[in-house]
Each structure stands twice: as structure tokens, then as C-alpha cells.
Design a protein around this ligand. Structure first.
Ligand code: UN1
Length: 485
């Protein structure tokens, strides 16, 4: 894209529309003929539309064959190849947007942001191709909520360092991953340096049990990260592991905050992408003297949110990923409703896996047992003299991904941000949408191991000359008690 003359959203909308009826029937593009799987996975459209397409699932035998064929690559023009892949992603934006909308239910602004992030990862890591030798064979296990950006970011970093990559996309979103891998190969990444292994738990388990594995980059739930850690400990205890996991992300709004700014930040942080971001706001703390007014503004803004078809430009909030997710989130809301704690909710389409943006009252973050990965916001109030107790409660959750603060007291900014343990802290703005390069993204404690994605320490971890340095903030986190469980 010519950034001096960026395409309008209307032009992008029209371009995306051309692929609306496309069905994708992919065979994994790497070692196509070697893939033995007979099992075809049908990819559902979360809005309830016709299936998006099908993909062959990789078996444990396919994982074994991919390990045998995997070859690290030391091409001197790795940076040029990754930059060429970025160009190809841009050139094929309309098809990638359509895949993101169909497989993941993403609205157009979310599609645009996601493609930009994927391209940014490719270019950022291309600019950091290291001298040091690669680890060898690296598994990249990625989530459905950023099926292009996170998928590409993990792979691009591992490839920039010269590793052979075995990539397993989430079972809900294999087709956008498949298209991305085709483009990466077209850009010049050798077939044996990048293998796509679509499927669910089976190929994932086969990957992390294999002693030939030298490293894993994983983004997903804390529980799965713990399972991978155990599996690696048995297979190859020296394997490198990066995990980016969940969060119970909080925001504090005190009585000096600008209400319009705070409400807009809350709406975006809690409900954009239907709340399906690990960075999303889960627990809002509002100072009690402004709570009635602020919550009235917030529920008004929730009523203005348009829920529905991600292909409709007026839509703000699309579906959640699948019926299982919908049932889990709905059960959480139902429990809160039975206890009389649902403060607000908005109308929902009947078809498709929609969840209405919902506000639930809680006493504090300690009332949340686990991350609810959807458009559900919990709200608590605090008194002026309780701010340190709120910080202690947030830190006691054990997670530490994003945190937001809205205040106009300078000393308070310093006081609070010095004390809250979170990887990404945002003041007087929303707390989602970290930008590659300028806002490296990653958490602490139960939220991940570091190093942060899109930051300078990420690619070096995929090389042999970057042993964890004791005492530095982003090293050896996987060895902490939190993720050892
Ligand atoms: C995730 O949701 O798994 O800052 C991580 C953000 C995104 C979050 C991605 N980079 O909102």
C-alpha cells in the first residue's frame, strides 16, 4: 500500500466483498503430497453462514514427517524474503480480509488492523535478522483471535533467525493460515523451512512431545501453556519456550478522569473484537463518587453498539468464535444474572454465535476466577483511600498483561504505574491495540514468559547465542512458579 495515498474503507469494503462467496478447500501447502491425513476439517462461519471451506487435518504421522523434512535455512537474503512476503500480504489484502471475516467473524476495521499488524511483524523482524545461528526446529502454535497477525508474528521471528518452522494454527482458523503460508512460500521461504500442520490437540501434542523440537512459541490459554511446559520438560528440557497467555486485565478510573475519554476507552477495551483479545479489559474499578454518572454514560454507550454481521459496515461487535465459546460465556452471564449482578446487556441476533455486550457487578477482581474471553465487562467501585488495596488485589490475581489508568493527578500516574505488575500499561487511553515496534506486547506471571512480541528482544530468543540472562525482566519466566503448575 502507498501509505501516502491509503485506500479508503469503502474501497477496502468493496474489495473484500468480491471474496464473500468464496469457498476455500485447502490442502496444507507444504509437502502437500506427504500429508497423510484423511480427515477433512470443515471450517464454520461464526455468524451461522455456510461453511467457509475445508482443510486436511495433520496427523501425528504428518508431524513426524515434517520433523524429518524440516531444514533450518541460512539464506543471506532472509530479510528481503520476509519483506517480499509483507508486500504479498498487502497485495492480497482483500482475500485475507474476507478470510478473517468468514473464519473469525472480524469487522472490517479489525481486519485492516490485523493485516497491518501482520505486515508490521514481517517488516520489523526482517529488519532484525540476527548473525547468531538458529535454534533449529521451532513449533509456532497460534490462536484463533489473531489468526493472521499472531500466526505471522511467531513465524516471521523464527524464520528471521533462520529456524525451520512447524506451524500449527488454531482449528477454528486454518484457512487464513493456509493462505498466509502460501504467500510466505511464494515470497521465497523454502518449503522445508516452513511446514503447516492444521488441526486441533492431536498435532499440537505430537509437536510438543517430540525430542527433535528446539523451541516453541505459543499464544493461547494459560492452561495450555502449562501443559506444553510439562510436555517439553519430558521431551527436551532444553527447548526454548515463549508463552503469551491470558489475563484478568483491570482499569482504574478515579474521580478526576475525563468521563468521555474514559467511557470511550472502556467501550473499546472491553468490547472491540467482541472482547476476544487477551489484552481486553475484564475488570473496571470506578471511584464511587463518580460511579453512578460514569456507569450511566457507559451503559448508554453500550446501547449504541451495533451487534451483528461483520460484513455490515455499521457493525461494531461481531460474533464470538464458536458455539463452545458462546455457551461458556453465556453460562458465566447466566450465573451472574441468577445472582442479580447483571447491570446491563443489549439485544442480540438470533442466528450465529453472538453474545451481547454485558456489564456485571462484582466486589473486585478477586471475584473473577478465570478469564471470560468475550464481550463481558465486570465493574467494581472503590473509595478514595482504597487505591492501594485495589492495586494489591489486581497484583494478587497472578496475571499481569494489560492495565489501564484514567486520572488527571500526575503523582497518581507515577504511584499506580510503579506498583501495578503488568506488561503493558496505558494511561488515559484504551488498553488494546499494541503497535509492533513502538509498543512491544507481553505479560508477566500467569500472563506469559516474555520476551515481548514486536520488541527488540524477541528474535534473539530464537537463536543459539541468546541464553536467558538471569535477572533481566523478560528471561526465564517460564521457570517461575506461576507457569510451572
Ligand atoms: C492476544 O489477544 O492474544 O494489544 C494478544 C492488543 C493485541 C493483543 C494480542 N496485540 O490488543
Amino acid at each position: 500500500w502507498d501509505l501516502d495515498h491509503p485506500p479508503t474503507l469503502d474501497a477496502l469494503d468493496t474489495a473484500r466483498d468480491a471474496f464473500r462467496q468464496t469457498e476455500w478447500h485447502a490442502r496444507p501447502s507444504t509437502r502437500e503430497d506427504a500429508l497423510s491425513g484423511e480427515q477433512r476439517l470443515t471450517v464454520a462461519d461464526p455468524t451461522g453462514g455456510s461453511p467457509v471451506g475445508t482443510v486436511v487435518e495433520a496427523t501425528a504421522a504428518d508431524v513426524d514427517a515434517a520433523f524429518a523434512a524440516a531444514r533450518p535455512w541460512d539464506a543471506p537474503d532472509r530479510a528481503a524474503i520476509l519483506n517480499r512476503a509483507a508486500d504479498l500480504y498487502e497485495a492480497h489484502h482483500a482475500e485475507l480480509f474476507a478470510l478473517l471475516a468468514r473464519e473469525a467473524g472480524k469487522t472490517l476495521p479489525d481486519c485492516v488492523a490485523e493485516l497491518r499488524e501482520a505486515v508490521d511483524f514481517l517488516r520489523y523482524y526482517a529488519a532484525r535478522v540476527p548473525e547468531a545461528p538458529p535454534l533449529g526446529r521451532v513449533a509456532c502454535i497460534s490462536p484463533w483471535n489473531f489468526p493472521l497477525a499472531i500466526f505471522t508474528g511467531q513465524i516471521a521471528a523464527a524464520l528471521a533467525a533462520g529456524n525451520a518452522v512447524l506451524a500449527k494454527p488454531a482449528p477454528q482458523t486454518p484457512l487464513v493460515a493456509h493462505r498466509a503460508v502460501e504467500l510466505l512460500h511464494e515470497a521465497g521461504i523454502p518449503r522445508d523451512a516452513l511446514h503447516l500442520l492444521p488441526g486441533g490437540t492431536d498435532p499440537g501434542v505430537a509437536l510438543t512431545r517430540d525430542a527433535r523440537l528446539d523451541g516453541v512459541a505459543f499464544t493461547g490459554s494459560t492452561g495450555t501453556a502449562q501443559a506444553i511446559r510439562r510436555s517439553l520438560a519430558a521431551a527436551n528440557p532444553n527447548a526454548m519456550m515463549i508463552a503469551e497467555t491470558g489475563g484478568l486485565n483491570a482499569m482504574i478510573v478515579d474521580s478526576t478522569a475525563l468521563p468521555e475519554q474514559a467511557v470511550q476507552a472502556i467501550i473499546e477495551s472491553a468490547f472491540q473484537s467482541a472482547g476476544q483479545r487477551c489484552s481486553a479489559l475484564r475488570c473496571l474499578y470506578v471511584q464511587s463518587d463518580i460511579a453512578p454518572d460514569l456507569i450511566a454514560m457507559l451503559t448508554g454507550a453500550m446501547d449504541a453498539l451495533r451487534l451483528g454481521d461483520p460484513w455490515d459496515r455499521a457493525t461494531d461487535v461481531g460474533p464470538v468464535i464458536d458455539p463452545d465459546a458462546q455457551a461458556r460465556i453465556a453460562a458465566h452471564i447466566d450465573r451472574a444474572r441468577a445472582e442479580g449482578r447483571v447491570r446491563h446487556s443489549v439485544p442480540t441476533p438470533q442466528e450465529g454465535t453472538f453474545i451481547a455486550p454485558t456489564l456485571i457487578e462484582v466486589s473486585g477482581i478477586d471475584a473473577l476466577e478465570e478469564e471470560v474471553f468475550g464481550p463481558v465487562l465486570h465493574v467494581a467501585t472503590f473509595e478514595a483511600d482504597e487505591i492501594d488495596a485495589v492495586i494489591d488485589a489486581i497484583n494478587a490475581s497472578g496475571y499481569g498483561l494489560t492495565f489501564g489508568l484514567h486520572t488527571r493527578i500526575d503523582d497518581r500516574v507515577q504511584h499506580v504505574t510503579d506498583r501495578v505488575a503488568a506488561g503493558n500499561i496505558y494511561v488515559n487511553r484504551n488498553q488494546i491495540g499494541a503497535i509492533v515496534g513502538s509498543q512491544p506486547f507481553g505479560g508477566e506471571g500467569l500472563s506469559g514468559t516474555g520476551p515481548k512480541a514486536g520488541g527488540p528482544h524477541y528474535v534473539p530468543r530464537f537463536t543459539r547465542s541468546d541464553p536467558p540472562v538471569p535477572g533481566t525482566p523478560w528471561d526465564g519466566r517460564m521457570e517461575t512458579e506461576a507457569l510451572r503448575a
